[in-house]
Write a protein that binds this ligand. Structure first.
Ligand code: NAD
Ligand code: TYD
Length: 333
């Protein structure tokens, strides 16, 4: 079946996953029109969309006028824009509440006014909180533990309420930890890879036995497009990866792929409220027909290679003043 040409408003398309999604959309749905609404915070980087013919509007999702102008004529909205780093939310939660909660409300109201056909809200497994055993299903209660996770849970509940109250045509995806190209080097994997490239240590929080599930950003993009086109309105879909492990195992894998010594692992004080384990049951997504394109071994090796080849992308980010100030605050002990 040939997909009809659609106009899509993407929010947060200059970020890590949003830019991977736009790149996937451009090749998977070449006739579609894409508008990207992005405030270009420290995490938004125009280089992430280099070479793609996509209109980016540099505005805040909390600004109703800017949102109205960008949403004009949109059939679909795919909402990535957010403050996303747990450690930053521990230092100061205010931007998280503003963008993740208020921004989502502004977008939902605009989606109703503009009569968009489908609004996909991109969320996270962190809303379920730490799961000691088993796997989270979409109907599980929400127990967010970090201010980041709480702001995302609040936005998920807003999305749900607009479906119940206003019959808004919404869908929500909840993904696990993403990895791949264009990830800002404050998150664990790109921080690790780029530090190891410079023979610098990686600060491992606590005992390193926290478990995360790893999803390639391109697989995330593929799942989002599938849910956007085939998902049932009002439903939530978990999007897990192809591999889960303890952080210390992940670090060892990266060290071994890069040929670096284990002396580069530096245990540091644990993150406050650090969730021990995330794990997703993805039966609902698989029933929709999803199959992973990446296995973790291949994806990780390719990701390391990408950072090796794209030093010109990450090095300026790591020497920028704002990044260094953040590191000092976050890792002061
Ligand atoms: P990111 O931090 O790399 O990018 C966020 C983007 O949003 C940036 O381009 C930034 O400029 C933009 N933005 C921030 N505030 C804005 C505002 N007020 N108005 C307009 N634009 C704004 O984030 P990411 O890792 O690509 O995550 C994208 C989405 O996926 C988020 O909603 C996040 O909660 C969700 N998610 C991320 C992961 C992960 O592992 N990174 C996992 C599951 C879900
Ligand atoms: P992160 O990439 O921040 O994702 P999240 O906290 O959203 O899962 O971190 C992934 C894991 O790595 C998490 O358990 C925290 C840990 N971590 C470290 O051990 N050291 C670090 O410097 C960072 C940033 C993360």
């Amino acid at each position: 079946m040939v997909a009809l040409p659609m106009k899509v408003l993407v929010t947060g398309g200059l970020g890590f996953i949003g830019s991977n999604f736009i790149r996937h959309l451009v090749s998977a749905r070449p006739g579609w029109t894409i508008v990207n609404l992005d405030k270009q915070t420290y995490a938004g980087n125009p280089k992430n969309l280099a070479g793609l013919k996509v209109k980016t509007v540099k505005k805040d999702i909390c600004d109703p006028k800017a949102v109205d102008a960008a949403m004009k004529g949109a059939d679909y909205v795919v909402h990535f824009a957010a403050e996303t780093h747990v450690d930053r939310s521990i230092l100061d939660a205010s931007a998280f509440i503003q963008t993740n909660v208020i921004g989502t409300q502004v977008l939902l109201d605009a989606a109703l006014r503009h009569g968009v056909k489908r609004f996909l809200h991109v969320s996270t497994d962190e809303v379920y909180g730490s799961v000691a055993t088993g796997h989270s299903v979409e109907t599980d209660k929400l127990e967010p533990n970090s201010p980041y996770a709480a702001s995302k849970a609040a936005s998920d509940l807003l999305v749900r309420s607009y479906f119940v109250t206003h019959k808004a045509p919404v869908l929500t995806t909840r993904a696990s930890n993403n990895y791949g190209p264009y990830q800002y080097p404050e998150k664990a994997l790109p921080l690790m890879i780029t530090n190891f490239m410079e023979d610098k240590p990686f600060p491992m929080y606590g005992d390193g036995r926290q478990v995360r599930d790893w999803l390639h950003a391109v697989d995330h993009a593929r799942a989002i497009l599938l849910v956007l086109e085939k998902g049932s309105l009002g439903e939530i879909y978990n999007v897990g990866g192809s591999f889960d492990c303890e952080n210390r195992e992940l670090i060892s894998k990266v060290l071994s792929l890069m040929g670096k010594p284990s002396t580069l692992i530096t245990p540091v004080e644990d993150r406050k409220g650090h969730d021990r384990r995330y794990a997703l049951d993805c039966s609902k997504l698989l029933k929709l027909g999803f199959k992973h394109a990446y296995d973790f071994e291949k994806g990780l090796a390719e990701t390391i290679e990408w950072y090796r080849k794209n030093e010109a992308w990450w090095r300026p980010l790591k020497v920028a003043g704002g990044y260094r100030t953040y590191l000092k605050k976050a890792y002061k002990k």
